[in-house]
Every structure is written in structure tokens, then in C-alpha cells.
Design a binder for this molecule. Structure first.
Ligand code: C2E
Ligand code: MG
Ligand code: MG
Ligand code: MG
Length: 288
């Protein structure tokens, strides 16, 4: 019976493996046509000043309006895109869209765009970036690019040179998900960045955990000594906001302050009807 069970398990495994394989292939094909058919769009999440509640910037986050599965978040398709050669195209599409959209806002708030390590690997990125800025008319100072520490894992001369060239243009580089990589301090030593975003896994344990409180306070100190700004990600409670304010973390992002949403809400395009994001930000401000 054990033998039979083993056989059945092996069979199940193969079945799952095949399912997964075909699932991946299908998703890749669908993603390729999603790019052609403009099913990808951006939502924007505010980043606020913890003292005033003012929106100081917004982060563009990609979504896929899938023809049958509804709106998908990046977790459902980015790993797949990263593993295929679609990532460069997807990244370029997102960057161009973010620049054009932000350039049209009446409220000239800066926009942050996430960058995949793959986009920096080929050496074509800086050219694409210049083109996006030129075409859209967005001032370089209004654009920030968020990179995770994995960018530095595959760090090559191409990557390093491009990061420097990006900053020379006046576009900011921000270290995303800070603290989750293997040797965050090494990256800070080796590369010049303008900002750091403390990963939401740290924020989640505030203000309860003394250990995390010590770490976050220290990151804040480090950043201010290095003249780098800090954003805490994933802020969901008033208690977290209060802690950040009393511990010198200048900026925050999270559901408490606004969920990712349409740009009309904060861009000044629809001032008559402040949408949910502003309403939530105001609620948070009232609690200050
Ligand atoms: P990220 O850059 O760290 O973005 C923050 C993620 O946390 C977003 O998820 C956002 O919706 C979510 N979030 C924000 N506030 C809260 C909160 O208070 N609580 C919780 N639990 N979550 C919060 P999203 O949109 O699903 O994006 C996930 C990741 O996918 C992003 O993490 C980013 O690494 C990647 N991503 C998103 N858009 C792009 C893109 O256009 N290009 C690339 N290369 N990566 C992207
Ligand atoms: Mg990000
Ligand atoms: Mg992040
Ligand atoms: Mg994150």
C-alpha cells in the first residue's frame, strides 16, 4: 500500500509540475499581449510628512486588468515577468506611463517608480529614462526610482555606472524594502542613494517591539547623518504614526494614510471632489 501511495504521490507531483509549467507559459503569453493591449495601469499611493500629514510624493504601483481574472496585483505576475524577458518591456512601459501621467498633474508632486534589477542590467536604461523625461516634459527632480537591495546582488559595472548616471540627471535613487536584504550596510557604503524606505515588516512590529524600535531608530539616525531621507512603509495604525513622529522618522506610507488609488485624488485634477485617499490622509492628520 505504501508503494501505491508513493506512486500516487509521484503522479500528483508530476501533475502539479505540469500544471505549474503550463500555467507559467500561459501567464507569460498573456502578459505579452497585456503589454500590447494596454491592460497594465498604475495606481498611486501617497507618501506623507508625519508632522503635517501633507502628501510629499506618491509611489506608482502597477496593476493588470486581466481579461478574465479581474485586477491583479504585482505578486501575481511580477515574478513571472522577472523570470522572462518581458521585464524590460514592462518596466519601460511603466516608467513612460508614470512620467507622462505625473507631467500632467496640476499639483506637481514627485512620483516614485519601482525598478527591477533586470532593467539596469542591459545598459540601455539611462537612454530610455532620458527619452521618457524628454517626451513627457517631467522635470528630473520630480522623479524617484526605487530599487531593492537585489539590484546590488547582481551589481556589475553596468549597474553601478547607470545608478550614478541616473543621479547625475537629477533623478533620485531610493533604497526600497530596506533591511530585508543580506547586507544592507554594505550597499549603503558602496552606493550613493537619496532615500531609504524601511520595509513594512519592521513597521508592523512598532511600537510594541523594543528590538525593532531600536533598529528603526538607528536606521533613522544613520540616514540623517548620511543626509538621506527615510520613509516608513506599511503604516497602518495611529500608534505607529505617533511612534514615527516622536522618533524622528520624517515620512510615512501605508493604508492608514492612503491606499493605492487613482491619481485624480491628489494630483489636483479633480479638486472639487477630494477622493478617498485625501479623506483618509485628513483623518490621519486629525489624529496627529
Ligand atoms: P513595494 O515597492 O515595497 O510597494 C509597497 C507595497 O506594499 C505595495 O504592494 C502596496 O500596496 C503595499 N502596501 C502599502 N501600504 C501598505 C500597508 O499599510 N499595509 C500592507 N500590508 N501593505 C501595504 P503592491 O502594489 O502589491 O506591490 C508589491 C511590490 O511589487 C512592490 O513593493 C514592488 O516591489 C513591486 N512593484 C509594484 N509595481 C511595480 C513596478 O511598476 N515595477 C516593478 N519593478 N516592481 C513593482
Ligand atoms: Mg516601492
Ligand atoms: Mg517598498
Ligand atoms: Mg515593500
Amino acid at each position: 500500500r505504501a508503494k501505491e501511495r508513493g506512486k500516487k504521490a509521484a503522479c500528483l507531483f508530476e501533475f502539479d509540475f505540469e500544471q505549474e509549467y503550463y500555467g507559467r507559459m500561459r501567464l507569460q503569453a498573456e502578459l505579452a499581449s497585456a503589454l500590447d493591449e494596454q491592460q497594465l495601469f498604475l495606481v498611486y499611493q501617497p507618501i506623507v510628512d508625519v508632522r503635517t500629514g501633507d502628501i510629499v510624493s506618491v509611489e506608482a504601483l502597477v496593476r493588470w486588468r486581466h481579461p478574465t481574472r479581474g485586477v491583479l496585483t504585482p505578486g501575481a505576475f511580477m515574478p513571472n515577468a522577472e523570470a522572462s524577458d518581458l521585464m524590460e518591456r514592462l518596466g519601460e512601459y511603466v516608467l513612460r506611463l508614470a512620467c507622462h501621467t505625473a507631467a500632467g498633474w496640476r499639483n506637481p508632486v514627485p512620483v516614485a517608480v519601482n525598478l527591477s534589477p533586470k532593467q539596469l542590467r542591459s545598459g540601455r536604461f539611462v537612454g530610455i529614462l532620458k527619452q521618457c523625461l524628454l517626451e513627457s516634459g517631467l522635470l528630473p527632480g520630480r522623479l524617484a526610482l526605487e530599487v531593492t537591495e537585489t539590484v546590488f546582488l547582481v551589481s556589475s559595472e553596468t549597474t553601478t555606472n547607470q545608478l550614478a548616471a541616473i543621479r547625475d540627471l537629477g533623478v533620485r535613487i531610493v533604497l526600497d524594502d530596506f533591511g530585508t536584504g543580506y547586507s544592507s550596510l554594505t550597499y549603503l557604503r558602496g552606493f550613493d542613494v537619496d532615500g531609504i524606505k524601511i520595509d513594512q515588516s519592521f513597521t508592523r512590529d512598532l511600537p510594541g517591539s523594543q528590538k525593532v524600535a531600536a533598529i528603526v531608530r538607528t536606521i533613522g539616525r544613520l540616514a540623517s547623518d548620511m543626509n538621506v531621507y527615510v520613509v516608513a512603509e506599511g503604516v497602518e495604525t495611529v500608534g505607529q504614526m505617533n511612534w514615527l513622529r516622536s522618533n524622528g522618522i520624517a515620512f510615512a506610507q501605508g493604508y492608514l494614510l492612503g491606499r493605492p488609488g487613482e491619481d485624480t485624488v491628489f494630483s489636483g485634477l479633480d479638486p472639487a471632489r477630494p477622493g478617498p485617499t485625501v479623506a483618509i490622509a485628513n483623518t490621519a492628520r486629525d489624529s496627529l
